[in-house]
Design a protein around this ligand. Sequence first.
Ligand SMILES: [Zn+2]
Length: 150
Amino acid sequence: MASEPEPVAWEQITKNIHTMLIRLQVGGCTCDTKSPTLDFHDVRCVYRQAAEVAGVLDTLSDQIEAALLAAEQRGRDAERALLDWMAKDICLELSWGQLDPQDEGGECGWMVHRRWGNINDTEWHLIGTGDTPAEAIAAAIRKGDTPNGQ
Ligand SMILES: [Zn+2]
């Protein structure tokens, strides 16, 4: 897939396709069979084909919806883990601004700094940068900076 649809997109579009398949079934028998039982209809009967495709679509839809929801949950869990890592250490700070303070008008981004020293002698060490807060925290973790600077 070029891009993954949001679960809501999948839900809405499959609902529309399902409605179309129901419309094909209503009065859709092309084999002159008076029974609702699919097996009695010819394999080329529109009623039977639409019902069978609807069944496959329902199964596929449930599977894809579950996969998309699981992916969404994994994303939330991963973000939660990043925030938990930040929360372990009150000396870590997340901010947005110029990545290089010496480069006036230079590139901006999200940064994680470690604050060192006391109130009169504070230093900020840049330990991670990224285009998003999550990327900056992940970069700080990859750098091997440990909670409490140990
Ligand atoms: Zn039929």
